[in-house]
Design a protein around this ligand. Sequence first.
Ligand SMILES: [Zn+2]
Length: 464
Amino acid sequence: MIIRDCLAALPGEDEPRQVSIRVREGRFERIAPLIASEPGEAVVEARGLVLLPGAIDPHVHFDEPGFTHREDFHHGTMEAAKGGVTTVIDMPCTSLPPVTNRLALEGKLAAIRGRAVVDYALFGGVEGGSVESSLAGAMAELAGGVVGFKSYFISGMETFKRVSHADFPRIVAEGAALGRPILLHAEDLDYVTAATARVKTRRGSSKAEWSDYAESRAEPAELAAVATALALARGHEASLHIVHVGTAEAARSATAAGATCETCAHYLAFTRDDFPRLGASLKTAPVVKSTHEREGLWALLAEGKIGFVASDHAPAPEAEKNTGDIWTAYGGIPGTGTMFPYLISEAWLSGRLGLRRFLEASSGAAAARYGLDARKGSVAAGKDADFVLVDPDGTTRIEGRRLLSKGRITPFEGMELKGRIESTWVRGTCVFDVHNFDKNMDSSDRSGILVEPGFGAYLTWGYR
Ligand SMILES: [Zn+2]
């Protein structure tokens, strides 16, 4: 197949370049100004369209097996495909059982086999209460099948326990020995517990407001957790990765010490001032912060100090999301399908990031961090032909009822974005085409999806 006359975003270049690209057996074979087609060879005319590497979403909760009323691999990966994501990495903590040992990993792989429409890798988990068995061999047994290990200083789930400060240094050392990053949800339990009690007491019997939730997990909750993590990981900082940072200073101190971090599209797009307008649709943990923090995150992302952007995709049905109570409303949003359209518009087309940093932030850096960059993360000969074709003059309007996710409640509702993803391709096969997308679809639909569930392949560290 030849993609003819596209404007390709090639690694290390400052502007897209007009080229033709031959794809053979699922990989980019040749990138050149002109390629003559062979007899019978398929040609995709792409003049005027930008070809970007497919996004990597390195932080999703697809909840299968266990909590599939919220999300499952089929819906989650369809939503990813619609949003230009060609590889997702799924979290271990929102499956039942959580992926903390070899048996649980095998159960998870059996449950999701035949479900995905884009490629996927998995994280393992280390939780409090099973640290001794994890260190005694569970992490080593899992390492071949996962691209990192997730842990929490504060856990939102009864089914996945936080790790103690005393256990954390041993976990990071084990991650370093195995060559896998340790991912940390960095909010300080002591801070959040006490601040929550304080705002609840102050509010008394009157109805809680969203500012109470924001205050209960304010900036110091992240600053304290990152400082603690760095102190406990000393000597192995390079193995530490702080997930979904919402506080710029926390990201700055993490990277200054040699750790890595990610932020999410919602921390770049929203602040706590948006709660009166958006309510529960904006509830996440960590919580969105001030405008000052949001601007700080953008600056760090442009500098490369925040390596990449993830979605933290974690939807919930209406009944769990809109409980009418800020404390019980489910914390999490469907983000895997909105992240890349948001970044195409607000990071790249708006000029907040140059092309190089935009490509790193949306695919290249995550591929490198999680051992997938031999075949994923950029448009280069020999790599998997994972890409999107984008009409830079088109527009995208986000509407919850059109998400292919099981979750339809999004803080991005109604947002108008520059650029439109025309199609998404995984290993040279078109998995989503916007022209096949029925705007009147309902959520049970697989509108625009052109491959059967099971097309998506399972990737492990060092995939080549
Ligand atoms: Zn998460």
